[in-house]
Design a protein around this ligand. Structure first.
Ligand code: CMP
Length: 140
């Protein structure tokens, strides 16, 4: 499988509980490299734009409110099949369904405060990485 990049977000519930290092340790232990990373306070407009695909969903307004409720850490993860690898490390969206040992099983508080976001395809990863990072900020 080819080397890929994927966009990861450590969400406000994770930064609030000082879990950045513990979550990053899981990525690195699984062989993913953090090739870009920055801590941001998203604006409402930025959160709405990033999650625009979910605009019609019933949870959209609450999701945006949650994502601006505190700092996030946005990062680019690189490795073999990074998109799928990261989704495996994160576990299911709803922590109630997340496999033992995954980030969401260990740390998520709810389906909304689920600690991490990861791109769901290579195509979306390219779009999501470009949303947050200039090429010069990504050092493989
Ligand atoms: P994420 O991978 O960041 O993509 C969209 C987010 O919406 C998702 O993780 C969840 O945190 C959040 N969300 C809140 N409610 C729901 C829901 N009912 N179904 C799916 N996602 C939800």
């Amino acid at each position: 499988m080819a080397t890929e990049r994927t966009l990861s977000i450590l969400k406000p519930d994770a930064t609030r509980r000082n879990l950045t290092g513990k979550i990053n340790a899981k990525f690195e232990a699984a062989g993913l490299r953090i090739v870009a990373q920055k801590r941001l306070q998203l604006s409402v407009a930025q959160a709405e734009a990033f999650y625009g695909v979910h605009r019609e969903r019933g949870f959209f307004r609450d999701l945006v409110t949650f994502m601006v409720s505190g700092p996030v850490v946005v990062q680019v993860l690189e490795g073999e099949g990074a998109v799928a690898a990261n989704r495996e490390i994160m576990g299911a969206t709803n922590p109630a369904n997340a496999a033992p040992g995954t980030v969401r099983a260990e740390f998520a508080e709810s389906i909304e405060a689920n600690s991490v976001h990861g791109s769901d395809s290579a195509e979306n990863a390219a779009v999501e990485i470009a949303f947050f990072f200039a090429g010069i900020e990504i050092v493989g």
